[in-house]
Structure formats: structure tokens, C-alpha cells
Design a protein around this ligand. Structure first.
Ligand SMILES: *Cc1c(COP(=O)(O)O)cnc(C)c1O
Length: 214
């Protein structure tokens, strides 16, 4: 079933859009099923789970940290993480830079932008994002590759589309002065087709691949 779900999703998205298989709460067996179907990029939202799974599973998997990241936990994922989606403060970015340097790495990161109506979702506003981007020039062991956003959890597609369009607009604006920006991470199981229509280059899909979570 997992292999079939993956195949269906991949047949519906272009090669230009990267698929992050969000395996949070799912056992290694389920991840291996996706792996054997060819999937190599997986996302987790908890540091402890990410570290445990990376340790146990094949080394050619690219692990993405998609959840809220606390500065004091960066050290556990710095040796291997391929992309951190949720940079939402300069303090956090500086810690990633420090831990990346200790591991002789440059860690790719995305700035999480607050696009939803809900106040609970983490993220930067435009002015803050510009500040962090400017400061990042001095940090040699991180590279800001793009932006990430989560739309409001609503069935109203016009709201969701508008939020995604806003993120794309900000991305385009920032790109004019930051040519290294390539990735717009937006879209989950419920809204990834909408996100792709608004310019997403990376979708984070969990339940549509692995089934619903408890
Ligand atoms: C859980 C999660 C997803 C995937 O959610 P689904 O609805 O299962 O596709 C995507 N992004 C983030 C940040 C998540 O925490």
C-alpha cells in the first residue's frame, strides 16, 4: 500500500517538485517499504526520532528535520541532517552554524515563514526573514536554500491558496537579492496540489503515503 501511494503521488507531481516522505510516528518497517519503492528523502518532526531512525536505517537516506527545532537539540542532528525546514530565529540559525562547524559541514536550511491565520504556528514575518538572511551571510557553515510555510488548517481552498501565493511572492522578492534561494517547501497531504499550483518546489507528505497517524 505504501509503495502504491508513493507511486500515485509521484505520478501526479512533476520531476521539478521534490517529495519529502513524512515518516513521523511511523515504524522503521514502514520507512523501509517506501525505501524499497525508491524513496530516499524522509522527514521527521522530533529530534529524538530523527536521530534514532537515522542511526538504524540505510545511510543513503536524506533526513529532513521538518518540525520545530529547539537550539539545545541541534547537536543531536548536526552530524547527518540534510535539510532543516524550520529555522525561525537567528539564535537557532547561529546554533546550527556552530554545530555544523564542529562537524565540518555546511548544513542547508529553510526559513520558516508564518503564513497561516493561526497564531500557534511558528515562523518569521517578512522583516524578520530579511534580517536573518542578511545575518546568515556571515555564517559560513549554514546555507539558506529557501523558505518553508504551513497554511491554515481549513477546508477553504481559497484561504490556503492565498497563503501559499503569499509565500511564493515573498520567495520571488527575496530571490532578487539572494540568488541561492531555490526551494519553497509548502504543501502537505491535504493541500499539496494547491501548493504546487502556487509554485511549491518541495512537498512534505505524510498520511497520504503512510496512512493516518494515531
Ligand atoms: C506532519 C507534518 C507534515 C505532513 O503532514 P500530513 O498531513 O500527514 O501530510 C508536513 N509538514 C510538517 C511540518 C509536519 O509536521
Amino acid at each position: 500500500m505504501i509503495a502504491e501511494n508513493l507511486k500515485n503521488i509521484l505520478s501526479n507531481i512533476s520531476d521539478e517538485v521534490a517529495l519529502v516522505a513524512v515518516s513521523k510516528t511511523k515504524p522503521n518497517l514502514a520507512i523501509m517499504e517506501a525505501y524499497h519503492a525508491g524513496q530516499r528523502v524522509f522527514g521527521e518532526n522530533k529530534v529524538q526520532d530523527l536521530a534514532a531512525k537515522a542511526e538504524a536505517l540505510p545511510k543513503d537516506i536524506q533526513w529532513h528535520m521538518i518540525g520545530h527545532l529547539q537550539s539545545n537539540k541541534v547537536k543531536y542532528i548536526a552530524p547527518f541532517v540534510a535539510l532543516i525546514h524550520g529555522i525561525d530565529s537567528l539564535k537557532l540559525l547561529k546554533e546550527v552554524n556552530k554545530r555544523a562547524a564542529q562537524n565540518n559541514r555546511v548544513i542547508d536550511c529553510l526559513l520558516q515563514i508564518h503564513i497561516a491565520e493561526e497564531e500557534t504556528k511558528f515562523g518569521l514575518n517578512e522583516a524578520e526573514a530579511i534580517q536573518v538572511l542578511n545575518a546568515a551571510d556571515e555564517l559560513k557553515n549554514v546555507c539558506i536554500k529557501g523558505l518553508m510555510g504551513m497554511a491554515t488548517n481549513t477546508a477553504d481552498e481559497s484561504v490556503v491558496s492565498k497563503e501559499f501565493a503569499g509565500l511564493k511572492q515573498l520567495f520571488t522578492k527575496l530571490q532578487t537579492t539572494n540568488s541561492q534561494l531555490k526551494i519553497i517547501s509548502m504543501g502537505m497531504s491535504s493541500d499539496y496540489p494547491l501548493a504546487i499550483r502556487q509554485g511549491s518546489t518541495m512537498v512534505r507528505v505524510g498520511s497520504a503515503i503512510f496512512g493516518s497517524r494515531n
